[in-house]
Design a protein around this ligand. Structure first.
Ligand code: PEP
Ligand code: MN
Length: 330
């Protein structure tokens, strides 16, 4: 249950009523509004108070992320880059940060082609502990240095709550990966950080479960969340994961949050990446996350799915053309 409150009035009588109701509740500042989220509904649905502007009982399990109360789409600002508006924002860069020259080469190339955010993993969640695990803090330092040099905000994956202070020093946007999508403590810490969050869908999560993960961030008072479809596990083996375009559209219809698509991880093979990226734009994605490496065949991780800078430039031109045809820009 959500209570959208009037600004600058006395909330003490409402607070008393909430206390008496035995419900769990929280006062939040979100999207410039004062809000109370309270549950279970049955305990609070009859509460009336002069400080309440409007009471909303969302029909969906997710509340703050639902467009039942916030009709206008949310724009997430990543150091001046706005996600969720008319422009399709492209974040590109290597799967993993390997060295400074690699990141600098890619960053210059993707910026020239039209990307507006630089991606790169410093902490890599690998299936095998014997695979390259990332450069750690050194990787974040490289990403920050190159981002500043080239003039692109940076996004990188955080894997553990203990890394939050380190990430706050370096990144413009936190990425929460598919494997940590339901690490609820990590989601809360990301919420408390106030940083924008690129939130991947867990590979075994339904659309409803995916949107509920964003609720952990929003309920900390951090509304800067971009939901990212990156493919789910199905029986299909022709692709690495099954990119759920339908699920992406379904999510967009139910929330005010911007939607990103990562065509690289579901593709698993670079030949598929262009088509999946374009399909996502056609389906209404607000952002794309694409892996690009100067020499994909030599990459330490996800070698088969990373694009060369040349191929990325061709793709960017196709994304721009398609976006224009759809009345958007890229
Ligand atoms: C990545 O973006 O490099 C990554 C590990 O993604 P995911 O969490 O979607 O597998
Ligand atoms: Mn990767």
């Amino acid at each position: 249950m959500l209570f959208i409150l009037k600004q600058g009035v006395d909330y003490s009588t409402l607070n008393e009523k909430l206390k008496e109701s035995s419900a769990s509740y929280k006062f939040l500042d979100l999207y410039g509004k004062k809000i109370v989220i309270a549950w279970p509904d049955a305990y609070v649905e009859n509460i009336k108070d002069p400080s309440i502007e409007v009471s909303v009982k969302p029909k969906r399990p997710f509340q703050l992320a639902s467009n039942e109360w916030k009709k206008e789409p949310t724009e997430v600002d990543v150091n001046g880059v706005k996600i969720g508006g008319n422009k399709v924002v492209v974040a590109a860069g290597p799967c993993a940060v390997e060295d400074e020259e690699q990141v600098l080469t890619v960053a210059k190339a993707v910026k020239r082609a039209g990307a507006s955010i630089l991606r790169g993993g410093a902490f890599k969640p690998r299936t095998s502990p014997y695979s390259f695990q990332g450069l750690g803090e050194k990787g974040l330092q490289i990403l920050r240095k190159v981002g500043d040099e080239v003039g692109l905000p940076i996004v990188s994956e955080i894997m553990d709550t203990r890394q939050i202070d380190m990430f706050k020093k370096y990144v413009d946007m936190l990425q929460i990966g598919a494997r940590n999508a339901q690490n609820f403590d990590l989601l809360k810490v990301a919420g408390q950080s106030g940083l924008p969050v690129l939130l991947k869908r867990g590979m075994g999560n339904t659309v409803e479960e995916w949107i509920l993960t964003s609720e952990y961030i929003l309920s900390e008072g951090n509304g800067n969340v971009v939901l990212c479809e990156r493919g789910i596990r199905t029986f299909e083996k022709a692709t690495r994961f099954t990119m759920d375009i339908g699920g992406m559209v379904a999510a967009k219809l139910q929330t005010h949050l911007p939607i990103c698509a990562d065509p690289s991880h579901p593709a698993g093979k670079r030949e598929l990446v262009h088509s999946l990226a374009l399909a996502a734009v056609a389906a209404g994605a607000d952002m794309l996350l694409i892996e690009v490496h100067p020499h994909p065949e030599k990459a330490f991780s996800d070698s088969e799915q990373q694009l060369t800078p040349e191929s990325f430039e061709v793709l960017m031109n196709r994304i721009k053309a398609l976006s224009n045809a759809l009345g958007r820009t890229a």
